[in-house]
Design a protein around this ligand. Sequence first.
Ligand SMILES: Cc1ncc(COP(=O)(O)O)c(C=O)c1O
Length: 396
Amino acid sequence: MVYEYADRTKKMKASEIRELLKITQQPEIISFAGGMPSPHSFPIKMIEKITDKVLEKHGAQALQYGPTEGLKELRELLIKRMRKRGIKCKLNEIIITTGSQQVLDLTAKIFFNLGDYAIVECPAYLGALTAFNAYQPNYIPISIDENGIIVEELEKKLKENKNKPIDFIYTVPTFQNPSGVTMSLERRKQILEIARDYDLLILEDDPYSELRYSGRPVPSIKSLDKDGIVLYTSTFSKILSPGFRLGWVIAGEEIIKKMVIAKQGADLCTNTFVQWIAEEYLRSGLIDKQIPKIREMYKRKRDLMLKALEKHFPEGSKWTEPDGGMFLWVTLPDKINTKEMFQEAIKEKVAYVHGAAFCVDGKGYNCMRLNFSNTEDDKIEIGIKRLAKIIKKRMK
Ligand SMILES: Cc1ncc(COP(=O)(O)O)c(C=O)c1O
């Protein structure tokens, strides 16, 4: 039978990373490709105890459907935690979602008309592009440097596209995926002002800001927002477990109401059981014992990777030195195409994600994203050395 898919489905492509991850999962390959937390970051014993407690305390309720907005108890704890980070919101301005990935989907679902525009960073988080693509938007890519989005380019492109229906600016301002870069405070303020002038929303995706290993914290864009133009999303994926699929979104009440309706159509409610586990994790303060352990582990891994890059990578290559998160971004000499080099890397039993996969402007072909959180300490230098070997070979 010939299946008559919808036009939007015909345009759907398998995510390059997902396909690639299948190859890189072979045990002999040292993979810097995925975006996964370390298996050692999961507080398994702690979760075991909390689970027993949740079943004892909330039993049937924990196994029942819950409100689409998420558990009130969990939202209240998140409001308190967010307030400490300068983000103020009321109960009707926050909902729990199935990961922050769902927020990206819901935002696209409620804002994109066919043919609308979104402003995205270059490079951008690939999962966001996959979520947005289902609604067939056009993109206006903006380059980033070591301080995040280049404001002059943003202003120039906004002028050029003045009459286009642009819905929002999507940004991961802190320890960006894929580059590891953090947007400076000055740029955050400028972007907020520009968004206000042009009547644009900002979708601030913030999964990594709790994972800082050096430098001083920079306030979220949401915490600087006085006009309700920032939709802010974060997640338990990197500070508890991505398997839980728990995230949250903070926005004005009107937007939240629309999101709730859109979410009802998607999954009725977020997993109630794990919401109660997260509630206990926050309320008991266990979260504040666990996060420092994760930070310590990832700081060590980041430093090992930076040291290995310094030692083994050839002259002419450069990389970001992120203060946190899980990724860094390597730029190789112009003549090296990292997509073409990938098969060679697999033969050498090392993997990465090629840069072009993250760039809607066709750039990034000589770049690669390296993940440092998911590789055992003693494998990091070995993997970097393997990569250096094939790069040097190509350079010749
Ligand atoms: C920037 C960014 N946004 C969103 C997500 C999705 O996270 P979640 O597991 O909360 O859906 C990720 C996951 O890696 C990410 O890196």
